[in-house]
Write a protein that binds this ligand. Structure first.
Ligand code: GLA
Length: 655
């Protein structure tokens, strides 16, 4: 009996000890593992290195951070409780500061704060963690951007009864390839409509997956066009003004596919968003003629051309510069007749475009309306007509016209007429060339370019600055770009910048290529967003190291169909939750493409009701990434969406 009491007493003491636990302060963990939107996490200080202070109350211990912030802590099930005081640091100094916090245990929300604003007293945090293996501490921006979002996890501590908590890297996400490889039978992919100008040279490679050899044929081809039955390349002279309805067929030993295709000869080009590759984020100022030829070869060999990628585009640095580290890029900018001189890495521009065209692909080039380009090479100022003529003679099909150094010409005047001037001027020059040249405005969205880009002759325009290597901002960039959806239509596209996945150069560092830092779900979400927004699909990574994931993300024909849809609509954004949203895009056949997105740090259920999409009755739902039918859904569809991920489905009325 005595022994029993002793045992009971001992167990009781252990429980009490476990409940109390040893105290481990959050600020003693390895805070280099904390990711945050601005600055570095601070030990026992606020983000700007002043004392931790919330609502006028000072705290000696804690962690100063900044939205959005994430810390993963491995608890191994050995922690009993997490305690803290959370709020906006008093040094934030701006009423715009607003933050939220969440404590997650093994992916489940265990605690969440209300929206915290400057001056408010800290909210107490007391979360029971018994049995939890992985803890996630999150600070959000309360949905209004991260400006002034100084956050304090004051007096933050763990009560530990087992293994000590350890700050760790985010758990690695498994790479799952969602899209099955294309089948052996032919499938004709890409756009169903193509715009050209009467009498100009015509070139279109019919994108088709399936085993080669394949036999192509076309019914109702207008006069002046020929189809190469083996390559599926249409060439000739663009037909008379009007809409020409053609039937295209591709056949091989496994079957055949037939589509209806419209060739619209008139004013408009780029009736669907341009698709291709641009050298910038990979080769920067190292670009050479050989790299472009290589990219053209890979575009065909990798299957990219079979799903619709067509433009092989040179960006900056193909001309001479007054000064540059590579002597082969330094030289006279123009000859004595004023013609631009390509640098010595580009010995023969016409031969280069011929090489690209011979593969059924198109060639793009770059210049700036200022005296110099962004990288300090020869620009087109004062030579606009001559350069437009030169680009056409060389055989280019696409011009990216940057803004750089034009500020010097207009002395910083950013009124809309001044912003329009250089683009209108170049637009008119391009229009006069005996070639179809797609005109890409690159002035980062100044003066609401989406409102007038088409009127000055543009076909697509960057809506913001360079996406660069700030890939953690893709959701933000996409949501901003989607605000201009009213201006998306055939021949007029909002461009949120290139698709940067696979191996890409690091714009911030030496420019040497490295693996894309995005997880697989982030990469699929990236492509889904761009397709829903009818954005130009221009890949800007390493064509010589296209791995399975990169190709899987870039080359899903059903996903690309959403981008290339002939209606040209950009998706509408419907808020779904604090960190989730839905995008819906109407497609030509009456169906809808629907993206369910999750910006948060943990998997979330994201749902959409048919009524919110203006749909009545049951709908058939297809998962576009997996290319799988999901069935018939009576009134809504929901899916578990991975952290920073997206699910893309297509919804048809079900009879
Ligand atoms: C600007 C553009 C980029 C690229 C560089 C070239 O930054 O926005 O896309 O063309 O110039 O210097």
């Amino acid at each position: 009996m005595k022994q029993l009491w002793w045992w009971i007493g001992w167990v009781g003491m252990c429980v009490a000890a476990a409940q109390a636990g040893e105290v481990v302060w959050l600020s003693t963990l390895d805070l280099t593992k904390m990711r945050q939107g601005w600055g570095q996490p601070q030990v026992d200080r606020a983000i700007r290195e002043g004392p931790l202070s919330v609502g006028g109350h000072r705290f000696d211990r804690g962690v100063g951070t900044h939205a959005k912030s994430v810390l993963w802590v491995d608890l191994e099930g050995g922690t009993e409780r997490f305690l803290a005081q959370f709020g906006v640091d008093d040094a934030a100094g701006n009423p715009k500061a607003s933050i939220t916090a969440q404590v997650l245990g093994d992916g489940r929300v265990l605690w969440r704060s209300p929206v915290m604003r400057p001056g408010q007293p800290a909210v107490p945090v007391d979360v029971v963690l018994r049995g939890v293996r992985m803890l996630t501490l999150l600070v959000g921006d309360a949905g209004d951007g991260i400006e002034y979002d100084h956050a304090d996890w004051a007096e933050a501590r763990f009560l530990v009864s087992g293994a000590a908590p350890r700050a760790v890297d985010p758990p690695a996400e498994e790479v799952v390839l969602l899209t099955p490889p294309p089948g052996p039978a032919p499938r004709i992919n890409g756009a169903r409509v193509y715009g050209c100008r009467p009498g100009n040279p015509f070139l279109y490679r019919i994108p088709a997956t399936g085993k080669r050899p394949m036999q192509f044929s076309a019914g109702g081809l207008p006069k002046g066009l020929q189809l190469d039955p083996e390559t599926g390349i249409l060439t000739g002279v663009a037909p008379a003004r009007g809409e020409h309805r053609v039937t295209i067929e591709a056949a091989n030993a496994w079957g055949k596919d037939r589509i209806r295709f419209r060739i619209v000869s008139g004013e408009l080009l780029a009736l669907t968003p341009p698709m291709g590759w641009n050298h910038w984020y990979m080769h920067y100022d190292r670009v050479t003629d050989a790299m472009l030829r290589d990219a053209a070869d890979v575009m065909v060999a990798s299957g990219m051309a079979d799903v619709g990628y067509a433009y092989v585009n040179i960006d900056d640095c193909w001309m001479n510069a007054p000064k540059q580290s590579d002597p082969l890029r330094v030289g006279p900018l123009r000859d004595d007749r004023g013609n631009l001189i390509p640098n010595r890495h580009f010995p023969d521009m016409k031969a280069l475009t011929d090489y690209i065209h011979a593969r059924g692909l198109k060639a793009g080039i770059y210049t700036s309306p200022g005296p110099l380009t962004c990288a300090g090479f020869a620009g087109s100022h004062g030579h606009e007509a001559q350069d437009a003529r030169q680009f056409a003679e060389w055989g280019f099909d696409f011009l990216k016209y940057d803004w750089c150094s034009y500020d010097r010409v207009v002395k910083g005047d950013h009124s809309v007429p001044t912003l329009q001037m250089p683009y209108r001027q170049m637009g008119e020059q391009l229009r006069q060339q005996p070639r179809d040249i797609v005109f890409n405005l690159c002035q980062y969205g100044m003066g609401n370019v989406w409102e007038w880009g088409a009127a000055v002759g543009g076909h697509c325009w960057r809506t913001a600055g360079d996406l660069g290597f700030e890939l953690d901002r893709i959701f933000e960039v996409a949501l901003k770009n989607a605000e201009h959806r009213a201006f998306s239509r055939p021949g007029s596209w909002n461009d949120p910048d290139y698709i940067q996945i696979g191996r890409i150069g690091n714009a911030r560092g030496s420019g040497e290529p490295m693996a894309c830092p995005l997880s697989a779900p982030e990469q699929y979400a990236f492509m889904s967003l761009w397709c829903l927004m009818a954005a130009p699909l221009v890949y800007s990574g390493d064509m010589n190291h296209l791995d399975a994931l990169t190709l899987n993300v870039l080359c899903n024909a059903e996903v690309i169909e959403v981008d290339q849809d002939a209606l040209g609509e950009s998706a509408e954004v419907l808020p779904a939750g604090e960190e989730t949203f839905v995008m819906v895009k109407r497609l030509e056949d009456g169906s809808r493409a629907v993206g369910l997105f999750n910006r948060s740090e943990v998997e979330q259920l994201v749902s959409v009701r048919w009524a919110d999409l203006g749909l009545k009755g049951p709908q058939r739902v297809r998962d576009l990434w997996r290319q799988q039918e999901l069935g018939r859904f009576a009134s809504e569809y929901g899916a578990r969406v991975p952290r920073h991920g997206g699910v893309l489905v297509r919804v048809w009325r079900s009879r």
